[in-house]
Design a protein around this ligand. Structure first.
Ligand SMILES: NC(=O)c1ccc[n+]([C@@H]2O[C@H](COP(=O)([O-])OP(=O)(O)OC[C@H]3O[C@@H](n4cnc5c(N)ncnc54)[C@H](O)[C@@H]3O)[C@@H](O)[C@H]2O)c1
Length: 253
């Protein structure tokens, strides 16, 4: 169904774990060449081992911290150098809240989260859009969160970053709609990854939210990556500026 991704190229940030890893594997399976990026060097062996088991498109890995402009510039340039062009990007790198209420949160904790989750996303869009405009088009997916719409107890820095991300995506989509560059967000709800386990430790009250999930279970990462691949493909050619929830119905209750 997503045959057009075969032979295309994409960057996946946060590709060493969780949702980013699932997205990288999904694209490789569809025959897309992937520049996998992660701040964590151990992400390389993780994604390479899993990719070896499925075959498919070409895989390159680059260590990059998306909060650092030089790293993001180099990440995008490496993808263009390795594959000749950049057709897509799935930006999943990020992390959850520290678990402090607004009045207890330090400004450093606030800054640290926004430096990656919001400023890092801005840097990724800036360089990815530039590359895509030069070649006449592309598609970008930002992994946001339902936290952009549902307040997370003791997660103000995270909810604010994700709400800002949805806004950033809408503006970038509008600015590039005549340039052939589509920009969308996905808002996953609770998804079973190492970060999810950590965020339940930081905010134990979230366990009650998980128990109240209408579908009675959290998502698996490949329930997010399927939509990300669809948004990169030509099947989504008229979709831009949206923030699509994948959340087992939590926004209904
Ligand atoms: N798991 C969930 O329940 C859930 C729900 C909603 C949204 N999300 C979002 O999905 C995305 C992926 O989360 P996940 O659950 O897969 O987490 P994860 O911890 O399993 O994976 C995140 C990856 O991003 C990398 N990373 C972190 N900071 C980075 C940086 N500055 N530069 C480059 N790489 C960096 C980490 O090393 C890690 O490999 C995040 O943006 C998260 O906010 C997750």
């Amino acid at each position: 169904m997503l045959d057009d991704l075969k032979g295309k190229s994409a960057i996946v940030t946060g590709a060493g774990s969780g949702i980013g890893l699932a997205c990288a594997l999904e694209l490789l399976q569809l025959g897309c060449a992937v520049m996998a990026a992660d701040i964590n060097a151990s992400g390389e062996s993780e994604v390479r081992e899993r990719a070896a088991a499925i075959g498919g498109g070409k895989l390159e890995f680059i260590r990059a911290d998306i909060s650092r402009e030089d790293d993001v510039r180099a990440m995008v340039q490496s993808a263009v150098d390795a594959f000749g062009r950049l057709d897509g990007a799935i930006n999943s790198a990020g992390f959850g809240p520290v678990g402090h209420a607004v009045h207890e949160m330090t400004s450093d904790e606030w800054d640290r989260n926004l430096a990656t989750n919001l400023r890092g996303m801005f840097l990724c869009l800036k360089y990815q859009i530039s590359a895509m405009r030069q070649q006449g088009g592309g598609s970008i997916v930002a992994i946001s969160s339902t936290a952009a719409e549902l307040p997370i107890l003791r997660g103000a820095e995270y909810s604010s970053a994700k709400a800002g991300m949805n806004s950033l995506v809408r503006v970038a989509a509008l600015e590039n709609s005549r340039e052939g560059v589509r920009v969308n967000a996905i808002m996953p709800g609770a998804t079973y990854t190492p970060a999810h386990v950590k965020s339940l430790e930081a905010v134990p009250e979230q366990i009650e939210v998980v128990k109240a999930l209408p579908m009675g279970r959290v998502a698996q990462p490949d329930e997010i990556s399927g939509m990300a691949a669809f948004l990169l493909s030509d099947r989504a050619s008229y979709i831009t500026g949206t923030s699509i929830p994948i959340e087992g119905g939590i926004l209904l209750v």
